[in-house]
Every structure is written in structure tokens, then in C-alpha cells.
Write a protein that binds this ligand. Structure first.
Ligand SMILES: [Fe+2]
Ligand SMILES: [Fe+2]
Length: 331
């Protein structure tokens, strides 16, 4: 059987577990938080006062902070790209005769994710610190540009990507929340922390999918993991651009901001890889093909190698001026 057909077999074999994954890692819709839980109540007489407070508190946060918040928000807002990409993965079939369980996972995951962009967008709008029209144009561009994360339609590679990326977003939302809280923006702090909690549950789910695949098809799973790490895990917003800009041109500048701020760094990338290697117990996997043995060897040595490279990395200190954060000339 070809590697592709084996993947479809493996996806079918695991499919029966998807309902239990949904129960374990997602929260029922009627119980989970909603954006309005963290925003001023627009039916209350206190609404305008609460908004004034948000706007006052927001003045304590600096330029790099807002750039990072905007880029995080836009990344969440590009959810249509991620859902359509995942629905197209081999073994995930929304048209399947037996109502493919994987497509149910993707829909439920999307439904949880959708609240992130929603709450962040509303907060940004109320904060008064960013140029919303420019943010909206970038969001539309990003969805129109799509992305290419190097996974093709391969479920193994896609689940490596999502395992990695959900933890990366957990880290960055968590740190943004801590910074907001430190500067007295308690509501924003809570909002980012609760989003980070969702990302963590999603990470735990995807890493479980990969672990289960390792049990079924260890050599191919190892090769897929190594292939993703050789290409490097690109960020979902790697095509980010501003109005009038070329595809991808805003991404590097944003990434430098996130590095400077310490929200998501090259060191975090290495830490995530170490955690994945440890959880998937790469060292204990038996009966690998020669190729997969080599892939394992590469993966086990990779964190130390990347650590050495990250120590030598330098990031420009000068602030590129994004159109998103003119902040009415106040910065
Ligand atoms: Fe998210
Ligand atoms: Fe996520």
C-alpha cells in the first residue's frame, strides 16, 4: 500500500476516537466563555464609563505591544484559511457517507477558535489605540493571500504543525496577557489568559493525535515530523502585508517586534520542539525503518543545534512604523 493510502487507513482507524477527543479537549458550547464575558456590557448604563476606562488603561501600553496585539488578532481573524486548509487534509472528509468524525473535530475546533479573533477585534476597536481600517485591510489581505505551511494535504504533517502552532499561540497570548496585567489593563490581561487556555487545550489534543499516529505508523510519522522541522514551522500569518504592501512584507517586522518584546522568541521555538520530542517519546519508539531512524536522530539533536543558532541571532532594535499603530499620532 502506498504511504498515502496507509495514512488514510490510519486516519480511519483513529476516527472512532475523535468523539472522545472532542469530549476531553473541547468545552461544550453552552459552558465555554464568550467574548461578551470579557467586554463591557453594551446593554448596561455603565457601558460608556467602562469603555472610557479601557481607553485610559490602554494608554499605558507601548508601540511594540500594540503591533503584537494587532498581528495576534489578525492571525486569529484569518481562521477561514485554517478551517478550509484542514478540511482539505487527506482523511478528513466533510462529505463522507458516514459523517466523517475528523470533519466534526475541525468544525468544533473552528467554533472555539472563532471566539479569539472576535474578542480581540472588539477590544482593539474599543481601545482607540490602533487604526482599525488598516487592521481590517490587512485582515482581508491575509485571508485573500491564504498560507502555505508546507504540510500539503498530509494529516501527519498537518498535525505536527498544529501541535506546534497551538503551543506557540498559547505562549504568545499568555505573555501578552501578563504584560497587559502588569500595566494595569486587567480586562485585557484576563482576555488573553483565557484565550491562552483554549490554545493549550487545542495543543494537548493535536499532540495526542500525533502520539496515536506514532502508535499506528511510527516510521512514516517520524519522517513527517522531521520533514516539517527541516522546513521550519512557519507562522500562520507569514503572508502578512499592510495596505499597498507586497505579500509577506509586514511579517518580518512584526516578528522582530514580538522578539523584542519577548512575546515569542527563537528560544520558545526550541522549547516547543523539546516538549514535543519528550511527549512523543521519540527515544522509545521501536521498529523504525532506516530512514526513520535517521529522522529520529536528526530530531533528537535538533533542539541543541537550534539553541546554538538562536544564541547568535540578532534582531534590529529600530522600530518599523506600521500603518496599524499610528495611534492618532500619540506614539
Ligand atoms: Fe486561537
Ligand atoms: Fe489555536
Amino acid at each position: 500500500m502506498s504511504a498515502k493510502n496507509i495514512r488514510i487507513e490510519v486516519m480511519r482507524a483513529i476516527e472512532s476516537k475523535v468523539d472522545s477527543f472532542i469530549d476531553s479537549y473541547l468545552i461544550p458550547i453552552d459552558e465555554i466563555w464568550q467574548p461578551t464575558d470579557f467586554l463591557p456590557d453594551n446593554q448596561s448604563d455603565k457601558f460608556l464609563d467602562d469603555v472610557t476606562q479601557i481607553r485610559e488603561e490602554a494608554k499605558e501600553l507601548g508601540y511594540d505591544f500594540w503591533v503584537t496585539m494587532v498581528a495576534d488578532t489578525i492571525t486569529e481573524e484569518a481562521l477561514p484559511t485554517y478551517e478550509s486548509w484542514l478540511m482539505d487534509v487527506e482523511g478528513i472528509d466533510q462529505h463522507g457517507e458516514n459523517k466523517n468524525g475528523w470533519s466534526k473535530w475541525v468544525r468544533h475546533w473552528t467554533a472555539e477558535e472563532n471566539r479569539h479573533g472576535d474578542v480581540l477585534n472588539k477590544y482593539l476597536y474599543l481601545s482607540g489605540r490602533v487604526n482599525m481600517k488598516e487592521v481590517e485591510i490587512t485582515t482581508q489581505h491575509l485571508i485573500a493571500d491564504g498560507f502555505d505551511i508546507g504540510t500539503d494535504r498530509d494529516p501527519y504533517k498537518n498535525f505536527v504543525y498544529t501541535s506546534f502552532q497551538e503551543l506557540a499561540t498559547n505562549i504568545s497570548h499568555k505573555r501578552v496577557g501578563q504584560m497587559a496585567k502588569k500595566k494595569g489593563n486587567l480586562l485585557l490581561g484576563k482576555m488573553c489568559t483565557i484565550i491562552a487556555g483554549d490554545e493549550m487545550r487545542h495543543h494537548l489534543a493535536y499532540r495526542e493525535f500525533v502520539k496515536t499516529i506514532f502508535d499506528h505508523d511510527p516510521s512514516q510519522m517520524m519522517l513527517a515530523f522531521a520533514d516539517m522541522m527541516k522546513k521550519k514551522i512557519v507562522m500562520p500569518a507569514h503572508f502578512l502585508r499592510e495596505s499597498g504592501g507586497n505579500i509577506g512584507t509586514a511579517f518580518e517586522n512584526f516578528s522582530n517586534c514580538a522578539q523584542r518584546l519577548g512575546v515569542y522568541t527563537a528560544h520558545d521555538y526550541v522549547e516547543i520542539l523539546k516538549k514535543l520530542n519528550a511527549y512523543w517519546e521519540l527515544d522509545k519508539i521501536r521498529s523504525l525503518t532506516d530512514d526513520a531512524e535517521k529522522a529520529r536522530d536528526y530530531l533528537m539533536k535538533l533542539p541543541a543545534r537550534l539553541e546554538r543558532i538562536s544564541e547568535r541571532m540578532k534582531f534590529p532594535e529600530d522600530q518599523y512604523h506600521f500603518k496599524w499603530v499610528e495611534a492618532n499620532g500619540r506614539f
